[in-house]
Ligand binder design. Sequence first.
Ligand SMILES: [Fe+2]
Ligand SMILES: [Fe+2]
Length: 200
Amino acid sequence: MKSAQNGTSSNGVKIKSDVAQGLHDLFVDELKDIYWAEKELTKSIPKMIKNASDEKLKKALSEHLEETKSQVTRLEEVFSSIGEKAVAKKCEAMAGLTKEAAEIMEETEKGVVRDAGIILAAQKVEHYEIATYGTLAAFAKALGETEAASLLVETLNEEKSADKKLSKISDSINVKAADEDEQDTETPVATKKKRIVSNH
Ligand SMILES: [Fe+2]
Ligand SMILES: [Fe+2]
């Protein structure tokens, strides 16, 4: 069994512990994963914008597309801050989430119901990103990579605010989408109560 203690080599170079090196490798591997995911999103968010009908939703997605492009660049800064080359590795989770988004858009009619589906798909993406960046920022802090940590926290905050914005937009869209169902089943409008039904 290898020692997990920090030490100093014969030439005086500080040797990191096996544990830290293990975490460093996991950190780099996950950075490659989210780097691929963000690049993938620069291609899939435009499809969501094209499919959305609500102006506020289109605007929120367009703004987040610009943020996503800058997050790709920011990840390149993270790689360089830790002396690693920016390499993308296919993220199966994000590939699945963007495939699901495409399926939802295909299976719904353009309008409020598709908009509700786009918000659903987009928030799944945001929650995945929030979990990833939260963990990566914590890994960076634990590894003493302070520059990387602050860059990752910057992106984490953008993902959180994108998620909140989508929840706010879902207030009106979910109710409108439900009303469409009620109109189909001829429920009298007069019996409806005012509802606010937003996503988490
Ligand atoms: Fe992102
Ligand atoms: Fe995002």
